[in-house]
Design a protein around this ligand. Structure first.
Ligand code: GAR
Length: 219
């Protein structure tokens, strides 16, 4: 009965998180629809994964725009045209400008390969190894104007082993990313996430699903 939440996925890399979301939609455990995949890299595996799943894809490369603002404006236009309601950053390696953030207030999620607030920014797995952390993991959070500072929705921890390389730790973290990202999106789709100050509250499912529409679609 309820219409499907329309997702726009932004990805710069291989797109395994995108794939995990596609898989959960296809097996029926995530009631959402990917309306558009955007990458800033023509060679991104994410674009191939999107095409293979029959999803509209666009490559929007920053070098084709005079500045960051016009690049962000081009992405916002495409997302609006596709009637996207929730933006999913899945390995998108660029910061978003206020113009983009204002276009989707509290409607942008990111996944970061560390237990925030530890190790924000680039090369989070390497930061964890170099610091000697015993645990690391991943974090799904709403995006705000800082670098990986937005309200935290969900986290999963993994051990850091003595003989880990960046690659082996990244793979262990990725397995958890693929589990918690679709789960966090499902909670959003069910209207169960509230941001109170900077804490995310997960509310119980409404008995009447119509009442769960606390994140009404963008007009
Ligand atoms: C993931 O590990 C994701 O957490 C990370 O990039 C990888 C993308 O993998 N994102 C960041 O580091 C963002 N700062 P994928 O392309 O296979 O989904």
């Amino acid at each position: 009965m309820s219409s499907k939440l329309r997702l726009g996925v932004l990805a710069s890399g291989g797109g395994t998180n995108l794939q995990a979301i596609i898989d959960r939609i296809q097996d029926g455990s995530l009631n959402a629809e990917i309306a558009l995949v955007i990458s800033d890299k023509a060679s991104a595996g994410a674009l191939q994964r999107g095409r293979r799943a029959g999803i509209p894809v666009r490559c929007i490369a920053q070098r084709n725009y005079p500045d960051r603002l016009s690049f962000d404006r081009a992405m916002v236009e495409e997302l609006r045209k596709a009637r996207v309601e929730l933006v999913i950053l899945a390995g998108f390696m660029r910061l978003l400008s206020p113009l983009f953030l204002d276009a989707f207030p509290d409607r942008i999620l990111n996944i970061h390969p560390a237990l925030l607030p530890a190790f924000p920014g680039l090369n989070a797995q390497q930061q964890a190894l170099q610091h000697g952390a015993r645990l690391s993991g991943c974090t799904v959070h709403f995006v705000d104007s800082g670098v990986d500072t937005g309200p935290i929705v969900m986290q999963a921890a993994v051990p850091v082993l003595e003989n880990d390389s960046v690659e082996s730790l990244s793979q262990r973290i990725l397995r958890q990313e693929h589990r918690i990202y679709p789960e966090a999106i499902r909670l959003f789709a069910e209207g169960r996430l509230r941001i109170l100050h900077r804490r995310v509250i997960i509310v119980c499912p409404a008995e009447n699903p119509a009442e769960a529409l606390i994140n009404p679609p963008i007009a």
